[in-house]
Ligand binder design. Structure first.
Ligand SMILES: [Fe+2]
Length: 179
């Protein structure tokens, strides 16, 4: 097979491929978790969260394909087994439970934040250690998507944690919680 001659050493490519496989594992697991909550959610927020999670897992499915194909473009092979995803992911599953909608949102928000922190580190490594601006740019795009996804989830729980009609007044005036 013709070797890849794009200005990166085999070592640099190998390191970048490993970072991408770690991100692939996390995004795959997050898709599984998001889809499970899309199925399980109950309560007055059912329709909102059922639909939001469908949008999010569809986004994650596209991302998974793009990450895997970038790995191939760099000459590597993506993880492709459930065992591999579990081994390399930094986020955890919560088997055999049925959490409340707030707990579901809180867990997924934390997972997005973990993945964003990982991506931030991986972007710096691609730029500073491996000279791969292409992958750094690609991961930056993913990070921006997940910052938006985390914001949507965070907004849901912030709304729940503030009582009734005082929310907008508190937010605008930044008033103390007690007078
Ligand atoms: Fe569905």
């Amino acid at each position: 097979m013709k070797s890849i001659n794009i200005g990166l050493t085999e070592n640099q490519l190998g390191n970048v491929i490993e970072l991408l496989n770690r991100d692939l594992a996390d995004v795959y697991l997050l898709l599984v978790k998001t889809r499970k909550y899309h199925w399980d959610v109950v309560g007055p927020q059912f329709r909102t969260m059922h639909e939001l999670w469908q949008e999010q897992y569809e986004m994650l499915a596209l991302d998974i394909d793009n990450i895997a194909e970038r790995i191939r473009a760099l000459g590597g092979y993506p993880l492709g087994t459930a065992e591999g995803f579990l081994k390399y992911a930094s986020i955890k599953e919560h088997p055999n439970d049925l959490p409340t909608v707030n707990e579901m949102v809180s867990r997924l928000c934390s997972n997005y934040e973990q993945i964003i922190r990982n991506l931030r580190g991986h972007i710096a490594q691609c730029n500073d250690d491996y000279g791969d601006e292409g992958t750094a740019d690609f991961l930056t795009g993913l990070m921006q998507q997940y910052e938006e996804a985390a914001w949507m989830l965070r907004s849901f729980t912030e709304g729940e944690s503030l009582s009734g009609g005082s929310r907008s007044q508190q937010a605008v005036d930044n008033a103390p919680a007690t007078v």
